[in-house]
Design a binder for this molecule. Sequence first.
Ligand code: HEM
Length: 415
Amino acid sequence: MATLAPAPDAVVAHDPLDVSRAALYRDHLWEEPFRRLRAEAPIYRCEDSTFGPYWSVSTYKPIVHVESLPELYSSSWEYGGITLADPVDQASEFIMPMFIAMDRPKHTDQRRTVAPAFTPSEMTRLSESMRARTSALLDELPIGQHFDWVDRVSVELTTQMLAILFDFPWEDRRKLPYWSDWAGNIELVHNEETRKQRLEILFEMGSYFQTLWNARAHAAPAPDLISMMIHSEAMSGMSQNEFMGNLVLLIVGGNDTTRNTMSGLVYGLDKFPDERAKLEADPGLIANTASEAIRWQTPLAHMRRTATADADLFGHPIAKGDKLALWYISGNRDESVFADADRFKVDRDNARRHLAFGYGIHRCVGARLAELQITILLAEMAKRRMRVNVLEEPQRVAACFVNGYTAMPVEITRY
Ligand code: HEM
């Protein structure tokens, strides 16, 4: 087990290498402790944190290793699920099992119900409406005026996409990011008041989807994701709670992540103007820039696994029941894989090797959709010769799971 002296500047009220502290993300201070972890203790046991003791896995190779052994390192909510916060909702009456938090064989069956919605041919089918909606939204943006990129572009575009995917009532589509923000913020469970409020909102969401479910279950099969799930073969073995859980998974999975990359890419290009100049000069770099934005921003900072048996992890004694945080946010800055890793590099030759989508059997099922949305956004911005200038530091989410932005004031100019 690695034991490290605290950083010289640390007031030792906590472990300075406890990277689960929400303030590190809110104040954008996470890079330094992760740099230390990667250099000094890539597999590190943090004894004391808001989430109890846990192992930090912060370099590329051991993250891939742990994800390659899903029987030994479980994702199941029965062991504790996929975030450092233990799933308190499951302990109460609101049970929403999702396949991201299941192990084989159940995970395999349930993933199969949604996978057909993300095939290359489905992406081709969706791309036309995605492009049209992105174009319309960009054309409405003010030039030379200040506005919030997060709300006006990132949230709105990802919300529209999900509404299309679910064939969700268009006028209610803003409910999706609202629910997603409450469902996805694990910090809220520490406070009794916000915990209760979160549960109420999740119930409201549940009953809304119940109504949609009832309508679609009695209608002919359609190509939207809800209908696809209801009418799939694997659905016969899925309880209604599991169906709800998987819907929430798709909403949170599709919302927070792509949204934050859309903000992160604007922030990154603004921070590295020479890289932005390369992209502006060569639209052939757009697809690679989309992958690089996902690597550099890493919208989900970690996924958790729980050991199902005692194990040895590159010399570290893992005990049955131990929590492991796989820090994608740090693995994506691993210098042994990504040269000059802190730099947003539009022509990085291995940008696609990033770990932001995870690895192995749980690798993000929506990855193609996310890449497509981001690529279309960049392409439509390029068509309009649109440069987005960030006016002040963005406000960030205070959490160690969703790594994102709540507001980012910008102004558009043409190049
Ligand atoms: C799983 C990241 C977009 C749906 C995951 C995982 C990560 C992730 C890290 C877990 C991987 C693991 O445990 O190994 C991202 C990122 C995105 C993104 C960074 C955007 C940039 C989306 C979209 C959707 C989606 C657009 C759907 C609309 C899912 C689902 C899973 C998942 C359903 C569970 C897969 C499984 O357990 O088999 N995603 N995601 N994600 N994601 Fe995404």
